[in-house]
Design a protein around this ligand. Structure first.
Ligand SMILES: *Cc1c(COP(=O)(O)O)cnc(C)c1O
Length: 371
């Protein structure tokens, strides 16, 4: 067999993730691999945890990246916090909510569904009613930024309601972290997971997570062991925990973690709130341009995600043709609709390093030609 090295084409990633990865991050990943128990590596891990606490705005000691993509962070939260028979209120207003439900069922929990239309935020009143109807519920879970629809929900209020009813909460922040306001401690979030490849604009493959003391108490006092060995936080804590007694659990993806570290250094340089503001500003720029092209948003202005713009495909345009023209003629990738929204919307991502004025302008002029 005669094979050649792989050279990816040059693309501008304006879909639902991954987003464009900055050269600084790519360069960081190309540095020499060292042992995952090397003191220098452990120091880098500690800095990474410190910067993740900054990004999540939390003092939670258990804040770290899981060595796998966002879906593994999701699974870690449900596998550790839900015991067989536990009732979980699952809010569904898009694809990722349906995955939460699937997670609850697979670990033996009982899912109580609160449904909202795709494109709408989670309705806090319905959540409150579900908690009144189910006083034995233990957990409320919802997606902060639904990447399948482009809608943001009021995480602060939803956590407040869950806390008032004595429930823990699990929050999907894969797309919101670093792109939209998110305050883990102030909002009383118990378990949260994110992804490296969206608004942090690092490479795919890592899932930053954070757990409150209440959440830690829950999984350290389980009656049954966590069914996943790899994601059992009782074991993972021994590896990512503090101090010299760090025990081997799995081989950390060393170079991928260099990449996440560099992306977090860049976030601290820019400033978290400035990053939120940049995402908003470029979103407005895109919104104004799209409106001139006669392209309309799926989501009401009040709950639009700046980093994920879901817009109706114009009637005269062919979904697949336009997306392949963007890709082939302009090297721009945008996202298609998922589930019920397939063929109805496009999803234009302005996440992380992609969220820049020149990219907005490129996308607008390419769309103008393609539609
Ligand atoms: C992308 C995404 C995930 C899944 O993350 P992966 O890294 O693809 O596993 C989960 N939830 C939301 C809201 C996402 O946008």
């Amino acid at each position: 067999m005669k094979m050649k090295s792989f050279t990816p084409p040059k693309r501008l990633l304006m879909g639902p993730g991954p987003s464009d990865v900055h050269t600084r991050i790519l360069n960081a990943m190309a540095r020499q691999t060292i042992g995952h128990l090397d003191p220098a590596f452990i120091e880098m891990m500690d800095e990474t945890k410190q910067m993740l606490k900054y990004a999540f705005i939390t003092e939670n000691e258990l804040t770290m990246p899981i060595s796998a993509p966002g879906s593994a962070g999701m699974e870690a939260c449900f596998a550790n916090l839900v015991e067989p028979g536990d009732k979980v209120i699952v809010c569904i207003n898009g694809v990722f909510g349906t995955r939460m439900k699937e997670n609850v069922i697979r670990v033996g929990g009982v899912a109580v569904i609160v449904n909202d239309d795709w494109g709408k935020p989670v309705d806090p009143e319905k959540v409150e009613q579900a908690l009144i109807d189910n006083p034995d519920a233990k957990i409320v879970s919802f997606v902060h930024a639904e990447t399948s629809t482009g809608a943001i929900s009021d995480a602060k209020l939803l956590c407040e309601i869950a806390n008032k009813h004595g429930c823990l909460n699990i929050v999907d922040a894969v797309t919101s972290l670093a792109g939209s306001e998110l305050r883990v401690d102030d909002w009383g979030i118990d378990a949260i997971y994110s992804g490296s490849q969206k608004c942090l604009s690092a490479m795919p493959g890592l899932s930053p997570v954070s757990f409150s003391d209440r959440a830690i108490h829950k999984f350290t006092h389980r009656k049954t062991p966590v069914t996943s060995w790899f994601l059992d936080l009782n074991l993972v804590m021994g590896y990512w925990g503090k101090g010299a007694k760090r025990a081997y659990h799995h081989t950390a993806p060393v170079n991928t973690l260099y990449g996440l570290h560099e992306s977090l250094v860049m976030l601290t340089e820019e400033g978290l709130e400035n990053s939120w503001a940049r995402h908003k500003k470029n979103h407005k720029h895109l919104r104004d341009g799209l409106s001139k092209l006669g392209i309309h948003y799926l989501v009401d202005e009040s709950s639009r995600l700046p980093q994920l713009n879901s817009v109706f495909i114009p009637e005269e345009s062919d979904d697949a043709k336009v997306r392949s023209s963007l890709m082939n003629d302009f090297n721009i990738e945008i996202g298609s609709g998922l589930g019920d929204l397939a063929g109805i919307i496009w999803r234009i991502g302005l996440m992380g390093h992609t969220s820049r004025k020149e990219n907005v302008e490129l996308c607008l002029s390419a769309l103008q030609e393609a539609i």
